[in-house]
Design a protein around this ligand. Sequence first.
Ligand SMILES: Nc1ncnc2c1ncn2[C@@H]1O[C@H](COP(=O)(O)OP(=O)(O)O)[C@@H](O)[C@H]1O
Ligand SMILES: [Mg+2]
Length: 339
Amino acid sequence: MKKRILLLAGGQSGEHEVSLMSARSVLGALPRDQFDVTPVVISKQGRWLPPTETQRALESGEAATGGDLVLHRVASAEGYDAVFPLLHGPMGEDGTVQGLLTLAGIPFVGSGVLGSSVSMDKVMTKQVLASAGIAQVEWRLAVRREWQQTPDAVRARAAELGFPLFVKPANLGSSVGISKVGTPDELDGALNLAFGLDRRVILEAMTSHKPREVEVGILGNDAPIASPVGELRFDAEFYDYETKYTEGRATMHIPAPLPPEVAARVQAAALTAFRALDCAGLARVDFFYVEETGELLLNEVNTMPGFTTTSMYPKLFEAAGLSYSELVTRLVGLALEER
Ligand SMILES: Nc1ncnc2c1ncn2[C@@H]1O[C@H](COP(=O)(O)OP(=O)(O)O)[C@@H](O)[C@H]1O
Ligand SMILES: [Mg+2]
């Protein structure tokens, strides 16, 4: 019997279009002799689109509008064996959709409510990973109300970290709302930008030198494996939105040219993080490697990483001998696994 799979794509975050691209790749790769796949595109307004509009959105790759309220549609998701929530960012990768599917009793690809929500939040991630003994940059939390009522307290907290520093909304992605703050006079603008997007903001010390950015894929549930390590290289102050999504701005190096001992440290720390955060199925774990000092600092854990055929996560496992099509098949298998 073929498995019936519901593929959710699009979604309400700034990564709507990226998700549509990933979904097209997954649709083309799930073997048709094993799976019956129904795609549903979620509009930027959070409505689930009917088949014709879904098809149109997938073909054009553009943000879709219209559709039905989610609660009308989740009931119709009941006939599926599993859901592949190929959604990035808030309202998709953050435990919200995972909670809905858990309530509906439908198995799904990737982390559950806890792993998704903790990994999405940069502050919670740092707290959990610190308790697991994983090295990270120094950081501080600030909330919007403090910034409105006692801005000097927030400025003082930033000054403790020194300049340059990074200011980031706690719960976004794709570098949206992130600033590299070179001097104190740039701080207010960065904080206003971040607090315009999130109630909670994280202030982060800059690594001591411009770091190398290395990433590793994790695959599995309670016995996860790590892929080879990859590296991103780009010519920009930091890996901002434009550099991420402009063709040709960044290059991927797999395997990363690293001493084997460093690559092994990356893999071990990523597996520890995956377990500590209660992730499942898949995750891409991103690190800063400061070559000058040998420091390896965990930056973030993405529980639904970019998933086109040319994205880092599938490419990392391809280097380990797992084709894109085998990888998505394995992920559905992990969703169906008894845990
Ligand atoms: N503390 C830091 N030190 C040095 N570079 C940083 C630091 N934090 C972020 N960056 C740069 O900013 C980019 C985006 O930050 P990140 O936390 O990964 O945000 P997102 O979740 O949006 O991808 C990183 O890939 C890196 O280039
Ligand atoms: Mg990142």
